[in-house]
Design a protein around this ligand. Sequence first.
Ligand code: PGA
Length: 254
Amino acid sequence: MRRKIVAGNWKMNKTLPESVALAKDLKAVLAGQCLCGVEVVVAPVFTNIYPVAEELKGTGVAVAAQNIHQKTSGAYTGEVSAPIAKSAGASKVILGHSERRQYFGEDDALLATKVDAALAEGLEVIFCIGEVLEERKANKHFDVVESQVKNALFHLPASAWQNIVLAYEPVWAIGTGETASPEQAEEIHAHIRKVVADKYGKEVADEVSILYGGSCNPKNAKEIFAKPNVDGGLIGGASLKAEDFKAVIDGFKA
Ligand code: PGA
């Protein structure tokens, strides 16, 4: 069954005590609440994965890393591998975020190797795709996301897709306060699902969760999540306050 997921990408925010405090707040606001089948994920910075995972033990909230290196270990100063992130408490990893692509030069070929490294370690991958504003204006957004999916993920066998979640994040909507309309999100999510179906078949494609990201917040989440091909959200700014994040999760409630 296709899963509903709301993941908070904390990016390079929150010191260690602040991360633990946010995890505690999240635990408090979610206590006794029905998540009603929605999987909740948070992605703190590497150094805070362990304390946040400890704090959230038993709550059902999963912890993700925001990146990993493609090698398992070795002389790669400053990097963190999949086994290391996993040993700290991460069960998932966000890969291909536009900020990694833009500021750290990560391209689809590199990302394909990171995907392999994550899956080999049993980490679920939340794989981000999305076009920049110029590409949307030139009506190239369908082609852009299609090539991102193909280049980074189409080497995988069908069985690997059980551990792949896609996140469509139009770059022009990230942190800008501008959101794709629910119709724009639905249209491109449906296209992404078709791209997967054309390669792997309808059954695999129907099972893949496709999240929307980009200024998703308590005000707009409900309308976006209501679209049939939108299976949740990857949330930046609105995940940094427990109440706001909970309100986004509640976007799934009738
Ligand atoms: P935003 O970030 O919600 O702050 O726009 C989303 C993301 O980059 O994942």
